[in-house]
Design a protein around this ligand. Structure first.
Ligand SMILES: C[S@@+](CC[C@H](N)C(=O)[O-])C[C@H]1O[C@@H](n2cnc3c(N)ncnc32)[C@H](O)[C@@H]1O
Length: 206
Protein backbone atom coordinates (compact mmCIF):
# COMPACT_ATOMS: atom_id res chain seq x y z
CA UNK A 1 0.00 0.00 0.00
CA UNK A 2 1.41 3.42 -0.96
CA UNK A 3 1.58 6.68 0.99
CA UNK A 4 -1.69 7.96 -0.53
CA UNK A 5 -3.62 4.79 0.41
CA UNK A 6 -2.06 4.65 3.87
CA UNK A 7 -2.35 8.28 4.98
CA UNK A 8 -4.68 10.25 2.70
CA UNK A 9 -7.42 7.87 1.56
CA UNK A 10 -8.75 6.90 5.02
CA UNK A 11 -9.03 10.61 5.93
CA UNK A 12 -10.67 11.39 2.60
CA UNK A 13 -13.23 8.61 3.14
CA UNK A 14 -13.91 9.88 6.66
CA UNK A 15 -14.50 13.37 5.24
CA UNK A 16 -16.64 12.34 2.24
CA UNK A 17 -18.91 9.92 4.13
CA UNK A 18 -20.11 12.42 6.72
CA UNK A 19 -22.95 14.94 7.05
CA UNK A 20 -26.65 14.91 7.82
CA UNK A 21 -27.84 12.97 4.74
CA UNK A 22 -25.26 10.23 5.23
CA UNK A 23 -25.94 10.11 8.97
CA UNK A 24 -29.66 9.62 8.34
CA UNK A 25 -28.78 6.56 6.25
CA UNK A 26 -26.37 5.27 8.89
CA UNK A 27 -29.09 5.65 11.53
CA UNK A 28 -31.66 3.86 9.32
CA UNK A 29 -29.39 0.86 8.61
CA UNK A 30 -27.56 0.54 11.93
CA UNK A 31 -30.91 0.55 13.77
CA UNK A 32 -31.58 -2.97 12.45
CA UNK A 33 -28.55 -4.78 13.91
CA UNK A 34 -28.67 -6.64 17.20
CA UNK A 35 -26.74 -9.08 19.38
CA UNK A 36 -23.18 -9.85 18.31
CA UNK A 37 -22.47 -7.60 15.34
CA UNK A 38 -19.72 -7.99 12.76
CA UNK A 39 -18.95 -4.74 10.96
CA UNK A 40 -16.79 -5.11 7.87
CA UNK A 41 -14.88 -2.09 6.55
CA UNK A 42 -15.35 -0.39 9.91
CA UNK A 43 -13.45 2.69 8.65
CA UNK A 44 -13.36 5.57 11.11
CA UNK A 45 -16.29 4.15 13.11
CA UNK A 46 -18.95 6.54 11.83
CA UNK A 47 -21.72 3.97 12.43
CA UNK A 48 -20.90 3.57 16.12
CA UNK A 49 -23.11 6.43 17.44
CA UNK A 50 -26.10 4.84 15.68
CA UNK A 51 -25.82 1.32 17.10
CA UNK A 52 -29.00 0.40 19.00
CA UNK A 53 -29.19 -0.74 22.61
CA UNK A 54 -29.75 -4.37 21.54
CA UNK A 55 -26.13 -4.72 20.41
CA UNK A 56 -24.13 -6.79 22.91
CA UNK A 57 -20.70 -6.42 21.24
CA UNK A 58 -19.09 -5.50 17.94
CA UNK A 59 -16.38 -7.34 16.05
CA UNK A 60 -14.75 -4.77 13.78
CA UNK A 61 -12.78 -5.59 10.63
CA UNK A 62 -10.71 -2.71 9.29
CA UNK A 63 -7.34 -3.25 7.57
CA UNK A 64 -6.28 0.43 7.59
CA UNK A 65 -4.35 1.46 10.75
CA UNK A 66 -5.09 5.14 9.98
CA UNK A 67 -8.84 4.47 9.86
CA UNK A 68 -8.62 2.48 13.10
CA UNK A 69 -6.85 5.43 14.73
CA UNK A 70 -9.52 7.84 13.48
CA UNK A 71 -12.15 5.54 15.02
CA UNK A 72 -10.58 5.72 18.50
CA UNK A 73 -12.84 8.40 20.01
CA UNK A 74 -16.05 6.89 18.64
CA UNK A 75 -15.09 3.43 19.93
CA UNK A 76 -14.27 4.83 23.36
CA UNK A 77 -17.73 6.45 23.53
CA UNK A 78 -19.55 3.30 22.42
CA UNK A 79 -22.10 1.64 24.73
CA UNK A 80 -21.29 -1.80 23.34
CA UNK A 81 -17.70 -3.11 23.51
CA UNK A 82 -15.86 -3.03 20.17
CA UNK A 83 -12.98 -5.38 19.39
CA UNK A 84 -10.90 -5.08 16.22
CA UNK A 85 -9.97 -8.36 14.58
CA UNK A 86 -6.84 -8.60 12.43
CA UNK A 87 -8.33 -10.15 9.32
CA UNK A 88 -9.78 -9.50 5.92
CA UNK A 89 -13.53 -9.93 5.52
CA UNK A 90 -12.62 -12.63 2.99
CA UNK A 91 -11.16 -14.97 5.62
CA UNK A 92 -12.69 -14.43 9.04
CA UNK A 93 -11.19 -16.19 12.07
CA UNK A 94 -14.72 -16.72 13.40
CA UNK A 95 -16.73 -19.86 14.04
CA UNK A 96 -19.65 -20.83 11.79
CA UNK A 97 -22.95 -19.29 12.96
CA UNK A 98 -21.30 -17.08 15.60
CA UNK A 99 -22.60 -13.65 14.48
CA UNK A 100 -26.17 -12.31 14.81
CA UNK A 101 -25.90 -9.37 12.40
CA UNK A 102 -23.44 -8.13 9.79
CA UNK A 103 -23.20 -4.40 9.12
CA UNK A 104 -21.60 -2.99 5.98
CA UNK A 105 -21.74 0.62 4.78
CA UNK A 106 -19.98 1.74 1.58
CA UNK A 107 -17.66 -1.27 1.75
CA UNK A 108 -18.87 -3.97 -0.69
CA UNK A 109 -17.74 -1.70 -3.55
CA UNK A 110 -14.13 -2.04 -2.39
CA UNK A 111 -13.72 -5.75 -1.69
CA UNK A 112 -11.56 -7.47 -4.32
CA UNK A 113 -13.35 -10.86 -4.11
CA UNK A 114 -16.96 -9.86 -3.43
CA UNK A 115 -18.57 -13.28 -3.93
CA UNK A 116 -15.94 -15.02 -1.78
CA UNK A 117 -16.48 -12.45 0.97
CA UNK A 118 -20.27 -12.71 0.86
CA UNK A 119 -20.06 -16.49 1.17
CA UNK A 120 -17.76 -16.02 4.18
CA UNK A 121 -20.28 -13.64 5.77
CA UNK A 122 -23.07 -16.19 5.27
CA UNK A 123 -20.91 -18.82 6.95
CA UNK A 124 -20.45 -16.80 10.15
CA UNK A 125 -24.07 -15.59 10.41
CA UNK A 126 -26.48 -17.55 12.58
CA UNK A 127 -29.46 -19.14 10.76
CA UNK A 128 -31.95 -16.31 10.33
CA UNK A 129 -29.16 -13.75 10.86
CA UNK A 130 -29.32 -10.46 8.99
CA UNK A 131 -26.93 -8.56 6.77
CA UNK A 132 -27.70 -4.82 7.03
CA UNK A 133 -26.20 -2.71 4.27
CA UNK A 134 -25.91 0.78 2.83
CA UNK A 135 -23.91 0.50 -0.38
CA UNK A 136 -23.57 2.16 -3.78
CA UNK A 137 -23.43 0.55 -7.19
CA UNK A 138 -24.77 0.08 -10.69
CA UNK A 139 -27.46 2.56 -11.70
CA UNK A 140 -30.52 1.25 -13.60
CA UNK A 141 -30.35 4.33 -15.87
CA UNK A 142 -28.43 3.34 -19.03
CA UNK A 143 -26.86 6.79 -19.44
CA UNK A 144 -25.53 6.83 -15.88
CA UNK A 145 -24.40 3.20 -16.10
CA UNK A 146 -22.46 4.00 -19.29
CA UNK A 147 -20.55 6.73 -17.43
CA UNK A 148 -20.02 4.41 -14.47
CA UNK A 149 -18.30 1.91 -16.78
CA UNK A 150 -16.18 4.66 -18.33
CA UNK A 151 -15.10 6.16 -14.99
CA UNK A 152 -14.61 2.93 -13.06
CA UNK A 153 -10.97 2.19 -14.03
CA UNK A 154 -9.79 5.65 -12.93
CA UNK A 155 -12.05 5.70 -9.87
CA UNK A 156 -10.69 2.33 -8.71
CA UNK A 157 -7.17 3.75 -8.78
CA UNK A 158 -8.10 6.89 -6.85
CA UNK A 159 -10.47 5.32 -4.33
CA UNK A 160 -8.77 2.19 -3.04
CA UNK A 161 -10.28 -0.25 -5.55
CA UNK A 162 -13.85 1.08 -5.27
CA UNK A 163 -16.08 -0.27 -8.08
CA UNK A 164 -18.94 1.81 -9.51
CA UNK A 165 -20.73 -0.95 -11.41
CA UNK A 166 -21.57 -3.62 -8.85
CA UNK A 167 -25.22 -4.62 -8.69
CA UNK A 168 -25.26 -5.11 -4.93
CA UNK A 169 -28.70 -6.75 -4.69
CA UNK A 170 -27.88 -9.22 -7.46
CA UNK A 171 -24.50 -10.02 -5.87
CA UNK A 172 -26.14 -10.72 -2.50
CA UNK A 173 -28.69 -13.06 -4.07
CA UNK A 174 -26.00 -14.83 -6.10
CA UNK A 175 -24.15 -15.55 -2.82
CA UNK A 176 -27.28 -17.14 -1.33
CA UNK A 177 -28.77 -14.26 0.66
CA UNK A 178 -32.48 -13.39 0.41
CA UNK A 179 -33.25 -9.69 0.21
CA UNK A 180 -35.90 -8.85 2.80
CA UNK A 181 -35.83 -5.07 2.46
CA UNK A 182 -34.40 -2.88 -0.27
CA UNK A 183 -34.58 0.80 -1.09
CA UNK A 184 -32.76 2.20 -4.12
CA UNK A 185 -32.21 5.91 -4.67
CA UNK A 186 -29.67 8.54 -5.52
CA UNK A 187 -27.95 10.51 -2.81
CA UNK A 188 -26.91 13.78 -4.47
CA UNK A 189 -24.09 14.06 -7.02
CA UNK A 190 -22.28 12.76 -8.96
CA UNK A 191 -24.95 10.24 -9.89
CA UNK A 192 -22.30 7.78 -11.07
CA UNK A 193 -21.11 7.45 -7.47
CA UNK A 194 -24.40 7.82 -5.65
CA UNK A 195 -26.91 5.14 -6.66
CA UNK A 196 -27.64 3.56 -3.30
CA UNK A 197 -28.71 0.09 -2.17
CA UNK A 198 -30.11 0.38 1.35
CA UNK A 199 -31.52 -2.67 3.00
CA UNK A 200 -31.37 -5.97 4.76
CA UNK A 201 -30.70 -9.50 3.55
CA UNK A 202 -31.37 -12.74 5.36
CA UNK A 203 -28.90 -15.58 5.57
CA UNK A 204 -31.76 -18.01 5.30
CA UNK A 205 -32.78 -20.65 7.82
CA UNK A 206 -30.37 -23.43 6.78
C1 LIG B 1 -15.29 3.42 1.60
S1 LIG B 1 -14.67 2.82 3.11
C2 LIG B 1 -16.15 2.79 4.13
C3 LIG B 1 -15.85 2.97 5.59
C4 LIG B 1 -17.04 2.87 6.55
N1 LIG B 1 -17.77 1.64 6.40
C5 LIG B 1 -18.01 4.04 6.44
O1 LIG B 1 -19.19 3.82 6.19
O2 LIG B 1 -17.55 5.18 6.64
C6 LIG B 1 -14.36 1.07 2.84
C7 LIG B 1 -13.56 0.45 3.97
O3 LIG B 1 -13.36 -0.95 3.71
C8 LIG B 1 -12.09 -1.31 4.18
N2 LIG B 1 -11.65 -2.56 3.53
C9 LIG B 1 -10.98 -2.71 2.37
N3 LIG B 1 -10.75 -4.02 2.12
C10 LIG B 1 -11.28 -4.72 3.15
C11 LIG B 1 -11.35 -6.09 3.48
N4 LIG B 1 -10.83 -7.04 2.67
N5 LIG B 1 -11.97 -6.47 4.64
C12 LIG B 1 -12.53 -5.52 5.44
N6 LIG B 1 -12.48 -4.19 5.18
C13 LIG B 1 -11.87 -3.79 4.05
C14 LIG B 1 -11.22 -0.09 3.82
O4 LIG B 1 -10.02 -0.04 4.55
C15 LIG B 1 -12.17 1.06 4.13
O5 LIG B 1 -12.02 1.54 5.44
Amino acid sequence: MGWYETHILPRLVDWVLRGDDVDRIRAQIAARVRGVVLEIGFGSGRNVPFLPAGVSRVVAIEPSPTARRLAGGRCAASRAPIAFMEASALALPLLDASIDSVLSTWTLCTLPDLQGTLRELRRVLVPGGRFCFAEHGLSPQPGVARWQRRLEPLHKRLAGGCHLTRDIAAELERAGFSIVRLENRYLGWPRTHMWLFLGEASRGAT
